[in-house]
Design a protein around this ligand. Sequence first.
Ligand code: PLP
Length: 376
Amino acid sequence: MPKPFVQLVDLQAQYLTIKDEIDSAIKRVVESGSFILGQEVVSFETEFAAYCDAKHCVACANGTDALTLLLQAVGVGASDEVITVSHTFFATIEAIISLGATPVFVDVEESTLLMDVSTLESAITPRTRAIVVVHLYGQMVNMRAVMTVAQRHGLRVVEDAAQAHGARHAGTPPGTLSDGATFSFYPGKNLGAYGDAGAIVTKNDDVASMVRRLRDHGRSDKYEHLIVGRNSRMDAIQAAILRVKLQKLDEWNLRRSALARLYDEALRHLPVRLPTVAAASEAVHHLYVVRVRDRDDVLARMRGDGIGVGVHYPLPVHLQPALRRHPGAHVTLATTELAATRILSLPLYPELASDQLERTVSALERATSRPQSGRT
Ligand SMILES: *Cc1c(COP(=O)(O)O)cnc(C)c1O
């Protein structure tokens, strides 16, 4: 009998470890009859702000909205330029473009695949309004370095921390030094809801109250609308689930780190490039991303061997069909473009068992040692 598939993430395995708490949290909300915002969401906001060492947390409907609303609250709008990376999930750029602003792409560092901060200054023009930093794969960009450049040029800074719940750089979590950070609680993220959800954290009172207003139709009270906002509210059921899971997040992140170290050790002798974590960084290993030659071949062989590998992301944002006629997209980003052909995400989630990790390692070993197919 073939062994069961090793999934990239296994949300059912995690549910089984917290089933009683989750079930009673959902029941509590259903019995309360309060389904949108309300006390459950306020409690989550308080608890998540404390977790992030942040003054404010404002919950909203998803991570894309969180980024859009935070950018809007710091004043990004039509005809502004926003500097960011192309090696990210498409949503980072949707947030910028949906406000009428233009993304200006800088390349990533070869070692970490995070924003190359040394190239920021050369991307600044008189129209530059903000920088969107992306803490990809669970590792933070060096925010002190980013803030030095931003302060010199009077730019706003927003952190897309959708993959970095609990990460730190030089002891500092996302959202501390900048105008704020945004989180996604998409089910597969380190802290995931059972549906869509997101949040912003910030130390700035005005930014927090602006996002709070924007996420709920620009309301001041039930029937007075001060500005045109949108509906981006968090469901109480998602807040209740997130409150249960937030209690486990540090333990889960530690387990991810331990698994990442096991991968590091087991893969050391294979012809693959292992992920790099910078010295001052405490990563939370949202994804374990190696780089291999003949990636598509290796990927197909591993899937054939029952391993759920993935690619985050196969086509950089500036090369996406949706941006073909976009002014910001006509750039060459050598490191980003090469990385997209080599990166491979291995299964990694707190409940991954050691035999599943070993099967993944052996499959990668086979996939990289067999003679390559005749194609060149
Ligand atoms: C998941 C993700 C988002 C979008 O979050 P949603 O909750 O799916 O809208 C944005 N940026 C990055 C880097 C992400 O990984």
